[in-house]
Ligand binder design. Structure first.
Ligand SMILES: [Zn+2]
Length: 498
């Protein structure tokens, strides 16, 4: 192997080591750390982030990458792709000066504090001036990075490389055209009963049941573990150590089950990345949208299907006989798929969820353009909730103050949640075609063939393909909203038949 390539590989592994050390510290903060550890922990993370940034932006490293790129005849296609993607990352990181990065970090940490205070006071005006700074600095970041057509594209590229605001506009136009009417139609039907989900479900039994589901999906506990945290998440320290967290509400059973399955889907992706490419783009996930496609496919297409519960409902009933002995499988299936507009994105059903995302997308794009102002954001927010979901926001904590993303400067992030669901529907449709008897296997609690399909078609490739290339390779076409729409129509016609 080319020696320069080896030294590049070693450098990339060093950067990955630092990044994963940061991930360990962050995981520990969410799972274990005592209350007074915050200040020192923030300092430790900042120091390591600085080291990673220095390694990544070292001029000598840039020269080495350019030279390697010219030696293309000695490198194979994966090595070349690694160089190409690292070079892109190098130039992108270089565009933001150290001073800018530090200033942004100060603005976000102040805005985060203001967000906490605003939530305590239930008052948007406490948050507003800081949020204004966030949008100003993100606008500046877009200019520094450069973009075609719309500043949104520069920011979106961090989360969904290659995707554009113009594509999102087309996609969300479909969402509006088809999903708004569809949801309105369902709201006219007789509502299903989900009251059994809110009975008392003991914590320990929930925990054990969640572990059983994770094992059944193929999550490997030799390369992972589950813990409790306030907000469920997945984090990776490399493919041989991928952790998930969950939370348990003894009076809301669905919270644990579907967050377990959701995070399990993310974790299977990370566990399926190539260990021999550790530190390189070939061992990294493609985009947040593709990552979310893995969690949503397991959570919704599999984990909220009748077939899945044919396999698991018996054992669930045995675990919680007092709550479920009089609820038959069909009633359970209807209850866990209840459709109802609500205020909070993270609690939304799989149909209304996309209106929550659409609203955030429209607002953040308009703020970047300057066609609306941060001062007027709360009114705009509430108006859109009235228009798309038919709900009247009265408490800002259930409205404009509900998400942490903007406080952290994550602009352009929300749409990837919807992309994930739409990719998931399209991938799952293809998996059904490619795997003979897939639905029957799921009904029997056997998910091995599905996991292998995801491994072979998605996980193992790392970033070799773009999201769009991957989608075309697997399904023969680019992302197409019709798959999600057909999935939703089929499923909910049965659930809301009355
Ligand atoms: Zn997710």
């Amino acid at each position: 192997m080319n020696t320069d390539y080896n030294s590049y590989f070693e450098k990339m592994q060093k950067i990955a080591d630092v990044e994963h050390a940061i991930a360990v510290l962050n995981w520990d903060k969410e799972v274990n750390a005592p209350p007074k550890s915050n200040e020192l922990r923030a300092r430790q993370v900042a120091t390591l982030s600085g080291i990673a940034h220095e390694l990544m932006t070292d001029d000598q490293f840039g020269i080495q990458l350019e030279q390697l790129k010219k030696q293309d005849h000695t490198l194979d296609k994966h090595q070349l792709k690694n160089i190409e993607l690292t070079l892109k990352q190098f130039h992108k990181t270089k565009k933001l000066s150290k001073a800018f990065v530090e200033r942004k970090s100060k603005v976000t940490s102040k805005t985060y504090d203001a967000w906490i205070k605003a939530r305590a006071a239930k008052d948007y005006s406490v948050y507003m001036p800081h949020l204004k700074e966030i949008f100003a600095i993100k606008r500046e970041e877009a200019e520094l990075k450069g973009y075609n057509d719309h500043p949104y594209n520069a920011l979106l590229d961090d989360y969904e490389p290659g995707y554009t605001a113009a594509q999102l506009d087309t996609l969300f136009e479909d969402v509006k055209k088809q999903l708004v009417d569809f949801a309105a139609e369902i709201r006219q039907k007789q509502q299903v009963n989900d009251s059994f989900l809110y009975k008392f479900y003991a914590k320990d039994q929930q925990w054990d049941f969640g572990l059983k589901l994770l094992k059944n999906m193929g999550y490997d506990f030799d390369t992972g573990r589950q813990d409790i945290s306030t907000h469920p998440f997945t984090t990776s320290f490399g493919p041989s150590d991928v952790r998930v967290t969950t939370r348990i509400d003894e009076h809301n059973f669905s919270d644990m089950v579907w967050s377990c399955i959701h995070e399990g889907g993310h974790a299977l992706y990370e566990q399926g990345l190539r260990l021999d490419q550790y530190g390189l783009p070939m061992a990294r996930s493609i985009s947040l949208g593709i990552h979310e496609s893995q969690s949503r496919l397991w959570e919704n297409n599999v984990g909220r299907s009748l077939s899945y519960w044919k396999a698991h409902y018996g054992s669930l009933q045995e675990t919680f006989p007092a709550n479920l002995k009089n609820v038959d499988l069909m009633d359970f299936y209807r209850g866990i798929n209840k459709i109802e507009p609500s205020f909070i994105r993270t609690e939304a059903d799989e149909i209304h969820y996309h209106f929550h995302v659409l609203i955030r997308y429209e607002l953040e794009k308009a703020l970047l353009e300057g066609s609306i102002q941060v001062e007027d954001l709360e009114n705009q927010w509430n108006e859109k909730y009235r228009a798309y979901l038919g709900v009247e926001v009265r408490d800002p904590n259930q409205g404009i103050l509900q998400d942490i993303h903007w406080a952290f400067g994550l602009i352009g992030y929300f749409p990837t949640y919807s992309l994930g669901s739409f990719y998931a529907a399209q991938f799952f449709e293809q998996a059904k075609k490619d795997i003979p008897g897939l639905i029957q296997q799921i009904e029997e609690g056997d998910n091995k063939a599905l996991l292998k399909w995801l491994r072979d078609n998605i996980h193992v490739h790392g970033q070799f393909y773009t999201a769009d290339e991957l989608c075309k390779n697997i399904t023969g076409e680019s992302l197409n909203f019709e798959y999600f729409m057909n999935y939703a129509k089929d499923k909910y016609a049965d659930i809301y038949s009355k």
